[in-house]
Design a protein. Sequence first.
Length: 294
Amino acid sequence: MLHRVGFVDKYNRSGVRKRAEGKVTERLKELRGRSIFRETHKNYTVVPEQNLISGVEKEDFWSDLGAGAGNELTDNSKGPAKFCAAFSSSALAVNVFGPFRNKPNNLEILDYTGFETTQFEKPLTTGLRGTDPHLDFYAQGHDQIVCIESKFLEPLWPKEAKFANSYEEAIELLAERSWTDVYTGLKSDPRQFKFLDAAQLVKHYLGMRNTLDNLRADLILLYIYWEPTNATDLNVFRLHREEVARLSEAVVNSSVKFVAQSYGQLWAKWKSTSLWSGVTQHVANLEERYAFSI
């Protein structure tokens, strides 16, 4: 049983997650050796840099994550640095987008090119008190802004939507009808999405509307997620995709374009269309680390 939100995990997410955590840890041990892991927290590297693929450097991400709200890079009383986990979602995003942090012009995503600015852990204020939503990666060009929310194993935990009461005001001031309907539905039934963190995407949308809506650029909210190579054989990943499709359909007419794709789809696109000379090796390094079945 899984009790994080008070109900039985009938989809066996916890079992799938344990297999995935074990598989990604073993893959990193095969690539880098067992000596990089801690003795007391066996799925965590000794230092964050040991969780990087070849071609990604400390200067590609350290200042961004150090300034972010997630406290990813340092140990604390609750446990080791979250970035050190072999299955760290933050490390996945850094490994994928790290080469573009200081060379944004090399990035191609959703057929957009010509990016001028990129950043990890980019805050976009909703105008409310408290911690602002932080994007996993932000890419801005002259004509387009792509705001990225990245997921690794998070869909394998149940979700329950939660909003502070102050979000009523933000919804009234900023949200289009389609996103207002999504918010209202989540307030009425916080568990209607069991794999997709739809509430987080609502908050990112509000941050984009509040912070970026005055810019003359296409606004894209990209939800990008990891899947194992045998995802079609696992019900939890099929259900996650169904929920993603349901949200996509609900907000299809929004001025903020919501797009969702898997990392596998992104990497395949890069291999076929990217003009960056280093893309073939970069994707090979990513697939060596993250492409496996569970």
